[in-house]
Design a protein around this ligand. Structure first.
Ligand SMILES: [Zn+2]
Length: 158
């Protein structure tokens, strides 16, 4: 069996009055991500981890933020297309581990819904996905709520 790991990381600026899309769902929040797409930092990190594991170029290569096609695009579509690419190379996903780094809001109660959305797209079980959250203890740009980040690790197999 051909097993491969990948990691992805993504950052976005936060701004008052924008929608906060995270893990494919809309999270009630006073702030949302500044982005060309819907700014779903978690889905972007997962996309990059999957592409990296398959040895493919990153998310910015596949979905350039200069392209009008991807303006305000739902990142679930990007995740779907990313999964299609790695599937074409004969890969399936074993598991995903991820962490969202943000000051607020608390996202724990939204995690089951995120897992259900992501698992449906990636044809895996919700139990094969981990979504954790942490803060930076008020330090830096995340602590001051200027930004949000996510990291993801994946294992894929052929
Ligand atoms: Zn992003």
């Amino acid at each position: 069996m051909n097993l491969r790991t990948g990691q992805g990381i993504d950052f976005h600026q936060l701004e008052n009055g924008l929608s906060l899309w995270l893990g494919g769902i809309l999270i009630p929040s006073g702030k949302g991500c500044v982005a060309h797409s819907d700014g779903d930092v978690l889905l972007h990190a997962i996309c990059d981890a999957l592409l990296g594991a398959a040895g493919l170029p990153d998310i910015g290569y596949h979905f350039p933020d200069t392209s009008i096609e991807y303006k305000n695009i739902d990142s679930k579509i990007l995740l779907e297309r990313t999964y299609r690419y790695i599937k074409e190379y004969g890969f399936s996903i074993v598991n995903i581990d991820s962490t969202v780094i943000l000051e607020k809001p608390k996202i724990l109660t939204f995690v089951p819904e995120m897992k259900s959305v992501i698992s449906a797209i990636l044809e895996i079980y919700p139990e094969d996905i981990s979504i954790k959250a942490t803060t930076t203890e008020k330090m830096g740009f995340i602590g001051s709520e200027e930004g949000i980040a996510a990291i993801a690790s994946v294992l894929i197999q052929k």
